[in-house]
Design a protein around this ligand. Structure first.
Ligand SMILES: NC(=O)C1=CN([C@@H]2O[C@H](COP(=O)(O)OP(=O)(O)OC[C@H]3O[C@@H](n4cnc5c(N)ncnc54)[C@H](OP(=O)(O)O)[C@@H]3O)[C@@H](O)[C@H]2O)[C@@H](O)CC1
Ligand SMILES: [K+]
Length: 511
């Protein structure tokens, strides 16, 4: 699913109005009807007070049109116009007239007005600012927003929480609505997914107002939101006439004394992701434990007991994952360096592989093109230095990925894959996955997918989704708190099944 900028959304609106030969007011009415139906299907006429706070632009227009529909359905409403500018939009004014025609009189909130009382039991509709926000709200509007936030009422934001810019971090954090729920018109906004701006909303959902696909389809975007249909289309089904060699031979390189479990988990996840064969390349000390715990894997050992001193794989692997539990001692760094210099197939590099690259950035030029690097925020910071905010972070990370032709997977609540100037935002996963070894599992999955013939970008997008889905399956069985990396591994199979599960049909017959 594409993520458009505010500018592109305005273009999509314009295109739709021209090509569907409708008025902008009819498009606003579509939005209002969708908003109304969403609320009405949940409230079912409940006797609750709905307070609508509407600005004077088209976001406010949506709110005013919604107020009319709510009133017509018998709801108790209070409409407040947040009168922050004299420049009112045409469709706002049109809808205000329609409201007055029905004898509904909003109150106007100005800079010297007292703030309306809000009970925690009320429902707030926040239609103060939409994607047209282009500067800091005035102080009195900020205070009204704070007042709404402190009310403990359920806050439903129209399109975007008011005060949150569509593609920038807000400068005054308490002058932004904290939305319980956002009904986003047609398309998600980039700010929903970034840690610094995603905190302003709890949940979101899209309302389809029929923007023209003739525009949305071909339009290029910088970010995609990766959902099930995109991932399903990447899946490579197993062939009937195939053998384990068809699905590749992966090697997981890493481990040191006390950190052999990381390699074991990555190797296990690699097998579960579907790699035909998996070899663990580790220091001698891990030989017995991996052979015992993971009989499906083969093991090659370094001559040194406790850490790696040389990395010589005596065959041509289909994919290599490297760096986990490896340490960053002098001899390990040397072994990693000489390995990088003699390898040109794309690698999956994680953990200490990334830490070594941060310590010796001159090694970046030896990282094979299309390698996947999977930093968590601290590892990323070591790689690209400090960032001003989330948008700056994305720009810096994109620049690094483009400079070296690598795929960067920024692990987080919404993991973001960056490649060739574009970003792919993941939609699966949960807070339970912030647990030891979760990253090792991802490394194993990505390596296993490359071994099976997925190209690096597909492996990253598909693998991150599958990893998150396996975590979601685990949490649904065991709770967020109890998710463990080995649990995620054991649910990779269920996650694959989940990818193609058909929705249940009412009446029970899914045939
Ligand atoms: N387009 C469509 O067809 C559809 C759009 N829809 C809806 O329209 C929404 C976008 O509407 P919008 O463009 O009118 O902008 P909105 O966010 O309401 O702001 C209003 C104006 O306020 C101003 N302003 C900005 N910041 C300010 C500040 N800090 N303090 C004071 N003033 C400030 C600024 O005007 P300026 O003063 O810069 O001239 C801005 O234009 C969108 O989110 C969706 O809900 C739906 O109806 C579906 C169809
Ligand atoms: K809003």
């Amino acid at each position: 699913m594409k993520i458009f900028t505010a500018q592109q959304i305005y273009q999509a609106d314009k295109f739709t109005i021209e090509h569907q030969q409708i008025s902008s007011d009819q498009l606003m009415e579509r939005a209002a009807i969708q908003l109304f139906e969403w609320m009405h299907s949940r409230l079912q006429g409940a006797e609750v007070i709905i307070q609508l706070f509407c600005g004077i632009g088209n976001n406010g227009g949506d709110g005013i049109a919604l107020a009319r529909l709510l009133k017509e359905a018998g709801y108790t409403i209070q409409v407040h116009v947040v009168n922050y500018s004299e420049t009112r939009s045409k469709d706002f004014l049109l809808n205000l007239e329609r409201l007055k025609d029905r004898k509904i009189w909003p109150d106007f909130i100005n800079d010297d007005s007292s703030l309306p009382e809000i009970s925690p039991n009320d429902i707030i509709v926040d239609a103060i600012f939409g994607i047209g926000l282009n500067r800091e709200p005035s102080d009195w509007v900020g205070k009204l927003i704070q007042h709404i936030n402190q009310s403990q009422a359920f806050v439903l934001s129209v399109d975007i929480p008011s005060g949150l810019p569509a593609s920038q971090v807000p400068s005054t954090t308490d002058h932004v609505i904290r939305a319980s729920y956002v009904l986003s018109i047609q398309l998600p906004k980039l700010v929903f997914f970034l840690p610094e701006t995603g905190v302003y909303l709890n949940q979101w959902e899209l309302l389809d107002i029929g923007l023209n696909t003739g525009f949305l389809g071909p339009e290029q975007v910088a970010f995609h939101f990766v959902t099930l249909p995109e991932v399903q289309s990447m899946y490579r089904p197993r062939l009937k006439f195939s053998h384990k060699g068809t699905y590749g031979h992966s090697v997981i390189v890493g481990g040191s004394y006390g950190k052999i479990g990381a390699v074991q988990m990555a190797a296990d996840a690699c097998l579960r992701a579907g790699s035909g064969l998996v070899t663990a390349y580790i220091p001698e000390c891990g030989y017995e434990s991996i052979q015992t715990a993971l009989p499906e894997a083969m093991v090659l050992t370094d001559e040194e007991d406790n850490f790696l001193t040389s990395i010589d794989i005596p065959f041509d692997p289909s994919a290599i994952g490297i760096g986990i539990g490896m340490g960053t001692g002098e001899k390990v760094v040397k072994a990693f360096e000489s390995f990088l210099k003699k390898t040109d197939q794309p690698l999956v590099i994680d953990a200490d592989g990334l830490n070594i690259l941060s310590k010796k950035p001159e090694l970046f030029k030896y990282v094979p093109k299309a390698s996947i690097l999977t930093p968590h925020p601290k590892e990323l910071q070591r790689m690209i230095g400090d960032w001003k905010d989330d948008f700056d972070k994305l720009e810096k990370a994109k620049a690094l990925a483009t400079k070296y032709g690598i795929v960067l997977v920024l692990k987080g609540v919404h993991t973001i894959t960056l490649y060739n100037g574009l970003g792919y935002i993941n939609s699966t996963g949960n807070p339970g996955m912030a647990t030891a070894g979760s990253g090792d599992v991802l490394t194993g999955i990505l390596t296993g997918l490359i071994a099976q013939g997925y190209d690096s970008l597909q492996a990253a997008i598909f693998g991150v989704y599958l990893h998150g889905l396996a975590g979601d399956v685990t949490a649904s069985i065991e709770s967020y708190d109890a998710v463990k990396a080995t649990g995620i591994i054991s649910n990779i199979g269920k996650a694959y099944l989940e990818l193609f599960k058909r929705p249940e049909v009412e009446g029970g017959n899914t045939a």
